[in-house]
Structure formats: C-alpha cells, structure tokens
Design a protein around this ligand. Structure first.
Ligand code: URA
Length: 210
C-alpha cells in the first residue's frame, strides 16, 4: 500500500457507518454493523496480499490458479474496542493469527501504559494488521504500533472505523511506514479527546457498558 491514508468511500460502508453513528442505534445492531464494515475494510486492506499460481483441477480441466502466498497474517486487536473489528476480519481471513495489545492512559502523565501484550510468533515474517475502531489522538495507537515493531513487526497496516485529523497526523509523524485504512476522516477532536461528529465511545457502544 503506497498511500498513508485510505478512506473507503464505498456506499455500503458509508451507509452502515451512518447507522452506527446514530445515537439511538441499539448495541446489538451496532455490533452487527461493525462486523459487516470490518469485513469490507478487510477487503480493502488485504487488496495487495501476494498470490502465487498453483496447479489445480476444476471438474473440467487443469489450470494455474492464484492462491494466497506467504506466512499467515497477524491480526492484532488493540483492547478493548479493537475486538469489535476482529470477528469480521477473521471471518474473511480465517487462518490469520491473532494478538492483543492492552494499553491504558495514565491520568497523571497522560501517557499510554501497557497492561497486556500477547502476539503471534514470527511477526517479522507476517503482514500485521492492527485493529482499533477509533483513531483519536493517536497516542495509544502509535504506542501499540511501537510495541509491535519492538516485537519484530516490519510490515504493519492500521485499520480503524473513524479517524480524526489529529490522530492521522500523529501516526504519520510516529509511523510514516504504516498505512491507515478507515471508513471516515472526521472533523476534529473535542476538548476531551472524542472524535467529532464521531459515534461516541466505541467500546461502550459495542459492549453496552454505558
Ligand atoms: N475513543 C472512542 O471510543 N471514541 C472517540 O470518539 C474517541 C476515542
């Protein structure tokens, strides 16, 4: 992927996103829409996966047919909201390996602190797709990507549902080598770091915790 930011303007993605943004959309519907959009975003983010021709037999003849080639993908959910994107992507790429990064924000230093880190082996040989629905300030996403690089990842992409310009800027500065795929570039952050117009707290909305 050569572009740093790809916005998936597909009508299905945009329609589903509109439904998700509405404040009265119930948790179960929100979750289902997120799953559907994550499949469509996965389609885009995996567009350039390498393939090799293999000889197969159709019922009629032999042919050289393209098949995915190389080590299995690693999907890394940035907890907890990243889990909302995980299921849909796994449905499309069922053989992917899965990792988790847990970070919380220290309220005094305002810096991300890691509380969980478990990722597949051989990250350096895999395309790693980091999942987090909301790219807001970009601080925790940038920290999670740094940890993945420390663990050996060299080929990373970042999938989110919404991005704020501030977060995109932060990621570009910290990780210019990591392409971002999103359904929307929203207007800005509010004073407490929420994306506007956004959809509220993605974790609360998908897990019904508020
Ligand atoms: N995280 C969210 O869940 N929502 C935002 O708007 C920003 C960060």
């Amino acid at each position: 992927m050569s572009k740093h930011l790809t916005i998936v303007n597909h009508p299905l993605v945009q329609h589903k996103l509109t439904l998700m943004r509405k404040k009265d959309t119930p948790t179960a519907v929100f979750r289902q829409l997120l799953r559907e959009i994550s499949m469509l975003l996965a389609y885009e983010i995996t567009r350039e996966l390498p393939t090799r021709l293999r000889t197969i037999e159709t019922p009629l003849t032999e042919m050289e047919a393209p098949s995915l080639f190389g080590k299995k993908l690693a999907l890394v959910s940035i907890l907890r909201a990243g889990n909302g994107l995980l299921d849909g992507v796994l449905e499309l790429v069922p053989l992917a390996r899965v990792g988790f990064v847990g970070l919380y924000r220290d309220e005094t230093t305002l810096t991300p602190v890691e509380y969980y880190f478990k990722v597949p082996a051989d990250l350096n040989d895999r395309l790693v797709i980091a999942l987090d629905p909301m790219l807001a300030t970009g601080n925790s996403s940038a920290a999670a990507i740094s940890r993945l690089k420390e663990a050996g990842a060299t080929n990373i992409r970042f999938m989110c549902l919404l991005a704020a310009p501030e977060g995109v800027e932060r990621m570009l500065e910290a990780h210019p080598d990591v392409p971002i795929v999103t359904a929307s570039l929203d207007e800005r952050l509010n004073e407490i770091g929420y994306i506007l117009p956004g959809l509220g707290d993605a974790g609360d909305r998908m897990f019904g915790t508020k």
